[in-house]
Design a protein around this ligand. Structure first.
Ligand SMILES: [Zn+2]
Length: 209
C-alpha cells in the first residue's frame, strides 16, 4: 500500500498528456519546436521553447493563477530548451523578477519557481543568479499598444549585484519583448555585454514562421 502511494507521489507525470514516467514524455517533447526572436532591442537573441498557445500557454496561465502543478513540466521545458542551445552553468540565468505587489499577492515569482526547479533538475545546464530586482511597480500591460508597453517597463528594473559579461534572462512569455528589452537595457548600463533570453513560450512577430 505504502509503495503504491510512494509510487504515485514520486513517479513523475507528463505535464501535457498525464502519462506516467517523466515530467514531459518523449512523445510530447517531440512536438516542441524551439524558435528564436531577434527583434528585441538590447537582447542578442531570445529563444522560446514553444509558441504562445496550446498546453504551454495553459500551464503558464495556471501558474500565474497560483496553480503550481504545472511547475515540473514547465521546468522540464526550460531544461530541454537550455540543452537544445548547449547552455551550460557558466552562464548566469537571471529570472525576470515579479513586482513587489504581485509577489505579495502570490507569495512567489512564477518565473523564478520554474527556473529554480530547472536548475535543480539540470544544474549542469542552468545556473540561476537573481541579479535583477524590480525598482517600481509595472502596470498590467493588457490592452496597451507596443509603445505604451515599452513606456510601462522603462526603468522598471535594477541590478542587485555585479553581473558577469554574458547573461541569459529567463521569462515565461514573450509578447512584444518590452519587458526583456527593458531588463537588457538595465543590465547593459551596468556593464553586461551580451544579453540572451530564454522563454517558455513566445508569440512570433509578423514574418517569422
Ligand atoms: Zn506527454
Amino acid at each position: 500500500m505504502f509503495q503504491i502511494i510512494r509510487d504515485l507521489v514520486f513517479t513523475p507525470m507528463c505535464g501535457r498528456c498525464a502519462r506516467l514516467g517523466s515530467r514531459l514524455c518523449p512523445e510530447c517533447l517531440s512536438t516542441l519546436v524551439p524558435f528564436a526572436r531577434q527583434d528585441i532591442p538590447g537582447v542578442e537573441s531570445a529563444f522560446a521553447a514553444h509558441d504562445y498557445d496550446g498546453w504551454v500557454r495553459d500551464a503558464v496561465i495556471a501558474l500565474k493563477e497560483s496553480r503550481r502543478g504545472s511547475v515540473p513540466a514547465l521546468a522540464e521545458l526550460l531544461v530541454q530548451l537550455a540543452r537544445h542551445l548547449n547552455l551550460d552553468s557558466t552562464v548566469a540565468c537571471i529570472p525576470i523578477p515579479s513586482s513587489p505587489q504581485k509577489l505579495l499577492q502570490r507569495g512567489f515569482n512564477p518565473v523564478r519557481l520554474v527556473a529554480d526547479e530547472a536548475a535543480r533538475i539540470s544544474p549542469e545546464s542552468i545556473r540561476v543568479a537573481n541579479l535583477l530586482g524590480q525598482a517600481r511597480e509595472i502596470d498590467d500591460s493588457v490592452g496597451l499598444n507596443p509603445r505604451e508597453r515599452h513606456a510601462n517597463v522603462q526603468g522598471a528594473f535594477e541590478v542587485l549585484a555585479p553581473a558577469p559579461s554574458v547573461v541569459a534572462l529567463i521569462d515565461d512569455v514573450i509578447t512584444t519583448g518590452a519587458t526583456l528589452g527593458s531588463a537588457a537595457k538595465t543590465l547593459k548600463a551596468a556593464g553586461v555585454q551580451e544579453v540572451y533570453a530564454l522563454a517558455l513560450c513566445a508569440s512570433r512577430p509578423k514574418g517569422l514562421r
